[in-house]
Design a protein around this ligand. Structure first.
Ligand code: UDP
Length: 409
């Protein structure tokens, strides 16, 4: 069975038919996505399904990954932090390194295409090293909140934008004026991926046993890279506030290494220190291909937390809602688009706030169940990959036919 036929069973015939109709007008278009890692984090997760689906729709889609020395990832991580408003100290040599790595990658990668989607700041300078007549093919896809960046870093990144034709942000609140047309496209999940598909009960229980988690006791779960913006220490604090009242409660903090995130090891150490020797608090470092294990853990959670202080879209929230779990999430970024108080979970601003809302949800099983169902339906309507792909296709058609104005599909 072809990929899209399988999705039809989840999202309905009409939605898939719309995609086919849109893609007819883009048949044969050569599209390249460029990012900085093939595994780990939300961008890799999205490109993993988007490229094969575009291909099936008749588009000539590919995925290229830039690489550089470890020092490059330290600099790009600082860019990431700076875009999200953290003060960073970078030297001129750091900017030069970023520029040079982009130059090397521009000559190494196959960027021959009609449209190149450049994801996030790591490869942003690639267009600089191609002939100026090819400017029309570059689109910057920013997955992070760039609304209040560090000025120095933004100035450097903004200079690269003169070569771009358009920019895409996940939310209006993340965007900055940039002198090119801007599009808003919210990310989405793949309901049939290993991460999100239905799972036999025996496999779920076997996964819990492997990690020493008791299936009969309440489980709080946060899945995310070990990154300060994800606030794993805040989650532990909330757990410590609750534990005296719920002695059987368990917490699992699940993360993995992302190739492009050098700070992860340090944050992981802090988390392990804070976790101490508590047998009910599991800190699990999983290999990047642990999709089924994460699926099983999300399905086993009583409540999922995503207590971020800054967040892009927050795909882990989408994944949890899809599995019918209420989410207690930090009131930031895309979490605010997905978590609605008393409907799909609760937005919180502090560890105490998180503990308070978890306490409520632990007490009322019926509310958990109702919110979980609403969350699942909400994702079905708004945050599955077919909607995301439709937005991309519609955007490409808009760029090809600016005279058409608003495109009705
Ligand atoms: N993820 C994973 N293993 C991990 C941690 C995260 O596979 O150890 C996945 C997670 O399930 C989600 C994505 O990585 O699909 C993270 O996306 P999100 O938007 O939540 O955060 P980002 O890492 O992009 O900031």
């Amino acid at each position: 069975m072809r990929l899209l036929d399988r999705y039809e069973e989840v999202v309905g015939h009409q939605e898939v038919e719309r995609l086919r109709r849109l893609a007819e007008r883009l048949a044969g278009k050569r599209i390249v996505h460029v990012n900085s890692t093939r595994t780990g984090g939300g961008v890799a997760e999205i490109l993993g399904w988007m490229v094969p689906l575009m291909t099936e729709l008749g588009i000539d889609a590919r995925w290229e990954v830039i690489n550089g020395p470890p020092e490059f990832y330290r600099v790009t991580k600082a860019f990431h932090n700076a875009l999200q408003g953290l003060p960073v100290s970078l030297r001129k040599s750091d900017f030069d390194l970023h520029y040079e790595v982009n130059r090397e990658n521009a000559s190494r990668l196959n960027l021959e295409a009609d449209i190149v989607f450049v994801h996030d700041p790591q490869p942003i300078y690639l267009p600089e090293f191609t002939p100026p007549d090819q400017v029309g093919r570059w689109i910057w896809r920013c997955h992070i909140d760039a609304s209040r960046p560090d000025r120095g870093v933004w100035k450097y990144l903004e200079t690269a934008m003169s070569r771009y034709r358009a920019a895409i942000f996940s939310l209006a609140a993340f965007a900055r004026p940039m002198g090119v047309p801007m599009f808003l496209i919210m990310p989405a999940i793949d309901p049939l991926s290993e991460k999100n598909c239905a799972m036999p009960e025996a496999e779920r229980l076997e996964t819990l046993a492997r990690f020493g988690i008791d299936p009969d006791r309440p489980l709080l779960l946060q899945v995310s890279r070990f990154d300060r913006f994800k606030d794993p220490l805040g989650v532990i604090e909330a757990y410590h506030l609750l534990k005296p009242y719920y002695p059987t409660m368990q917490l699992a903090l699940v993360g993995g290494p992302a190739d492009d995130d050098p700070e992860g090891a340090e944050v992981l150490r802090e988390v392990q220190d804070r976790a101490g020797g508590d047998a009910d608090l599991r800190v699990l470092l999983l290999p990047p291909d642990s999709h089924r294990a994460i699926n099983a853990l999300q399905r086993s959670a009583t409540i999922v937390l995503q207590k971020s202080l800054k967040e892009g879209f927050g795909l882990t929230v989408t994944e949890a809602l899809w599995k019918g779990k209420p989410v207690v999430g930090g009131a930031c970024g895309g979490i605010t688009q997905q978590v609605h108080d008393y409907h799909t979970g609760f937005l919180v601003h502090s560890p105490a706030g998180a503990a308070y809302r978890v306490h409520y949800l632990l007490r009322y099983a019926d509310k958990r169940q109702r919110m979980g169902q609403l969350g699942h339906d909400f994702v079905l309507q708004h945050f599955l990959l077919t909607r995301n792909l439709r937005d991309y296709l519609a955007m490409l058609l808009c760029l090809d036919h600016p005279e058409a104005g608003t495109l009705v599909v």
